[in-house]
Design a protein around this ligand. Structure first.
Ligand code: NAD
Length: 540
């Protein structure tokens, strides 16, 4: 395989997993710790040939994997779950070092998120995948048996971002495998070592060779995977990349999930518990350094309490502790890269030049790493980039509204529709409002907490994507229903088969009337129906 050398015996960071074997390459790229800006390792830069080998390995392994009983496949998942429990500390600390989020957050959001998800998947998944019997409504078909089985789509490519480098890919890989597909996974070029750690866990859990494969590389490697001989692509990333992948696969019949960008609205109502709303605004805007797809990015508050809300959020954000996530008592780590920091900085500066008022933060933090101050802005104009484009940074831009209808219109005035939050003491009213918002998820008095819950769908509307992931329903998206209809084969023909003729035609008409709603029609046509039926049978 190109210049990849085989290294079957050890699992060390920096190798990719293809067909159950570990490979390294001389062509590599570095991974940086965003808190220091220094490299912490490197990963193979896989080319088209490497990707093709991984896809081939997955293709070879797929029939035997699909042929295993559901119980056996889920048995492998249980082993993996136990391993993740055991190695949770190692996973969390690698996530912190490669992505930058504080260790506590890496535990809660990534490790616990995945363990929770696996518990839901292992508990309820088998019932989604088992064969089902169905009975058609037409009584003429009642002698037949019908089974619907779920057939895996085949080989699935999973392409992931860096912002939740463990929980996001696992939320797509696990249902794909559970459903009987095999997987080729490409982690983000900014977090390849977490991807390689995932590969190590699968290998250690003893999954059959080729069932799970991991290749590392950049967006070109991702494009090679999309163009490869796969049957489905589960993508999480930017809307621009998602659209380009959609275009690439548009001439192929392929399953796809697109989990794309967001610009989530935070809608405060006058009756909200202000203390909780302020705490929720600060966490929703700044967890993961604001680099979550479901980060609150536009804050709409009633005019008459706007000043108080701004001043309380400013005080809370001002008290946040920024630093290396491996240290204790750090609330917020760095941004993932210099490019990400520059983007946030540009949006903040643009908003200020258009009249927004910085009440806290607003600047990059000098020194090593890609740190940016957690930032609050008030009086932010709705038409600036900070209110329209995805920011992906620790920024809370606030605008005051006069009427609720105006606020709902502002929430919906976005090309994105991933999620939204509503903050109110009147939960019933909140639920009515939620139905007016164009978003895949709406949380009332909380945010983002359903990500690891297998019972809850995750995904967006409009430019935020299509399909739903991280939930049990994706077991249906990742399989196609196959119907098996059975007749005992004892009778010579069916009533609607050849030969056609007058008695068959009368039978069809009378049958229609007997099945109508009216009692009189039923009575009038039942006798002729029986007569036609007997006549037709005599044709046999
Ligand atoms: P990105 O689109 O730059 O990259 C994501 C992944 O896709 C990477 O592995 C990258 O190498 C690969 N890639 C990029 N272009 C590709 C192409 N043309 N063909 C194939 N592969 C390609 O996104 P990112 O910067 O890594 O992640 C941040 C984005 O992800 C944000 O927009 C965020 O909102 C979004 N996101 C969405 C969700 C969700 O659930 N909706 C979750 C997390 C992140």
């Amino acid at each position: 395989m190109g210049n990849i050398a085989r290294e079957p015996d050890r699992l060390v960071d920096g190798k990719v997993l293809i067909g159950g074997e570990l490979y390294e390459k001389s062509d590599r790229f570095e991974s940086l710790n965003p808190a220091t800006g220094r490299p912490i390792g490197s990963a193979p830069l896989c080319n088209r040939e490497d990707v093709a080998l991984a896809v081939e390995a997955a293709r070879t392994a797929q029939p035997a994997w699909a042929a295993l009983s559901i119980q056996k496949r889920f048995g492998y998942l249980e082993v993996l779950r136990n391993l993740i429990r055991e190695e949770g500390d190692a996973v969390a600390s690698l996530v912190t070092q490669e992505n930058g989020k504080p260790l506590q957050e890496a535990h809660f959001v990534e490790v616990h998120g995945v363990l929770d998800f696996m518990t839901g998947l292992i508990g309820k998944g088998p019932s989604y995948l088992k064969d089902r019997s169905v009975r058609p409504t037409n009584p003429l078909l009642w002698t037949k048996r019908h089974t619907i089985r779920r057939v895996p789509v085949g080989v699935v490519g999973v392409i992931s971002p860096w912002n939740l480098p463990f929980a996001i890919p696992m939320g797509q890989i696990l249902p794909a495998l559970a459903a009987g597909n095999t997987v080729v996974f490409k982690p983000s070029e900014l977090t390849p070592l977490v991807g390689i750690k995932i590969a190590g866990l699968f290998r250690k859990a003893g999954f059959p060779p080729g069932v799970f494969n991991c290749i590392t590389g950049d967006r070109e490697t991702g494009a090679f995977l999309v163009d490869g001989a796969i049957d489905g692509v589960l993508f999480t990333g930017s809307t621009a990349a998602g659209l380009s992948i959609q275009e690439r696969i548009s001439r192929r019949m392929m399953v796809s999930e697109m989990e794309l960008g967001g610009k989530d609205a935070f809608l405060l109502l006058p009756d909200a518990n202000l203390e909780r709303s302020v705490n929720g605004a600060v966490w929703g805007g700044c967890f993961g350094t604001g680099q979550a797809c479901s980060s609150s990015e536009r804050f709409f508050v009633p005019e008459r309490i706007a000043e108080r809300f701004v001043s309380e959020v400013t005080a809370r954000v001002g008290a946040m502790r920024t630093g290396n996530g491996m240290e204790d008592d750090v609330d917020m780590g760095p941004l993932v890269s210099e490019a990400q920091r520059a983007k946030v900085e540009t949006q903040v500066q643009d908003a200020v030049s258009r009249g927004a008022r910085v009440t806290c933060g607003g600047k990059r933090i000098d020194g090593p790493g890609f740190f940016f101050e957690p930032t609050v802005l008030a009086d932010v104009p709705l038409d600036c980039a900070l209110m329209r484009d995805e920011t992906f940074g620790p920024v809370i831009p606030i605008a005051a509204y006069k009427t609720l209808d105006e606020a709902v219109a502002w929430c919906n005035d976005s090309p994105y529709g991933l999620s939204a939050t509503i903050w109110t003491s009147d939960v019933e009213n909140g639920m009515r409002l939620a139905r007016r918002l164009e978003a895949g998820s709406v949380w009332i008095n909380d945010t983002s907490y359903t990500h690891g819950q297998a019972q809850c769908p995750w995904g967006g509307v409009k430019s935020s994507g299509k399909g739903r992931s991280h939930w049990l329903g994706s077991l249906h998206e990742l399989t196609t229903p196959q119907l098996i209809g059975v007749d005992s084969g004892r009778r010579a023909r069916e009533l609607w088969w050849f030969p056609y003729g007058r008695s068959g035609l009368d039978l069809a008409r009378n049958y229609r009337m007997v099945r109508s709603e009216g009692v009189l029609a039923k009575l009038l046509h039942l006798g002729p129906l029986i007569r036609d039926f007997l006549k037709t049978r005599s044709l046999r």
